[in-house]
Write a protein that binds this ligand. Structure first.
Ligand code: GTP
Ligand code: MG
Length: 325
């Protein structure tokens, strides 16, 4: 795919291109789905110019399109399921976490979202007979909570390898690519970068089968404060989630995102038991799990609003060796 430069769009000179990039409009695709108001604010151009830029971007951008049902069915046949390590949790999910879907884990701090994400980063690499997809992982870490040591502990918790030997954490760590996102625009950019990385890994031994964004909402929540910015925030988040969804479709990968619940009822985000991100995230996720702490290592996962599975709950444990029943 030839790289389309912002500078090639009508009405965009080097200075405007720079401003757009700084505001997170790093590709013509991002501009194609923006509103004129957003560009006016981002690049200090007039409404008319903004509309012209967007129209130009829409002509050249690859923003997807229609697909026939048989093609979709063919793609759906490739859907893989990844073992979570807990039979209870697998059962709740109809066998495991599915590729080509967004799995949103939400819950308060310490509920285990990051732990589940680490476990999936290990399990996706396993061979199919162990419930893995022999795939590699990309992690966008917004809170600096990725811990290779934790991965190592979880690898030690796996059954021995085919040679009867303990598995080597290094073999797993080399298939996990982690990038820290410093702000929401950077996060969006990294998701686009992930697409390039996955493209390169497509025919390798370990194609990318999992992308994790932990947390998907934290930066957005921190940066867009005040009611006036809410629409803008949702629009950005929406674009980001659609990028991720596309990633999942193109790579037959699971998209695993985490989301905190609002802890303080006095914040403008509202209801303390509702996830941050509101409706945009709610409608894009294909599976949502509400995690909460129970006694000791026990955690309760509640499946919420699944398109084809009954709502229900599963109890599992977060142990030093990883997720277990
Ligand atoms: P936030 O990111 O703060 O919203 O929380 P989170 O939902 O991501 O929580 P996280 O997954 O980081 O869970 C942290 C909890 O996991 C700890 O409080 C422990 O209960 C548990 N945990 C983490 N590491 C270990 C471990 O090595 N052994 C055991 N048994 N539990 C662990
Ligand atoms: Mg976390």
């Amino acid at each position: 795919m030839p790289i389309k430069l912002l500078e090639d769009l009508p009405g965009v000179g080097p200075a405007t291109a720079e401003k757009l990039r700084e505001a997170g409009f790093s590709s013509v695709e991002a501009i194609a789905v923006a509103s004129p108001g957003e560009l006016v604010a981002a690049a200090e151009v007039g409404e008319a110019t903004a509309s012209k830029i967007i129209a130009g971007a829409r002509e050249v951008a690859d923003v997807g399109g229609f697909e026939t049902g048989d093609r979709i069915l063919e793609r759906r046949r490739m859907v893989g399921k990844i073992n979570t390590g807990s039979k209870n949790l697998n059962e709740l999910l109809g066998g495991g976490m599915e590729t080509q879907s967004i799995m949103e884990l939400y819950g308060e701090f310490g509920s285990g979202k990051t732990q589940v994400a680490h476990q999936m980063a290990v399990n996706v690499q396993l061979p199919s007979e162990m419930g893995g997809l022999h795939g590699s992982v990309i992690i966008i870490d917004t809170e600096n909570t990725f811990r290779p040591e934790r991965i190592a502990q979880m690898v030690k918790g796996l059954p021995p390898g085919p040679d009867g030997q303990e598995r080597d954490p290094a073999d797993f760590l080399k298939n996990i690519s982690v990038a820290r996102a410093f702000n929401s625009n950077h996060q969006i950019l990294l998701a686009e970068k992930a697409m390039e990385m996955a493209e390169k890994a497509k025919d390798s031994d370990y194609p990318v089968r999992l992308i994790i964004v932990d947390s998907v909402t934290a930066h957005f929540r921190a940066e867009y404060v005040g009611r006036g910015t809410l629409a803008n925030r949702q629009q950005k988040l929406n674009k980001h989630l659609h990028d991720l969804m596309r990633f999942g479709d193109l790579n037959n990968a699971l998209i695993l995102v985490t989301n905190q619940v609002m802890s303080k009822p006095d914040t403008f985000f509202g209801d303390p038991t509702k996830p941050v991100g509101g409706h945009v995230l709610g409608h894009t996720s294909t599976f949502r799990i509400y995690l909460r702490k129970s006694k000791g290592e026990k955690r309760i996962a509640r499946l919420v609003d699944s398109p084809n599975l009954p709502d229900g709950e599963a109890v599992f444990s977060v142990t030093t060796e990883g997720l277990k029943d």
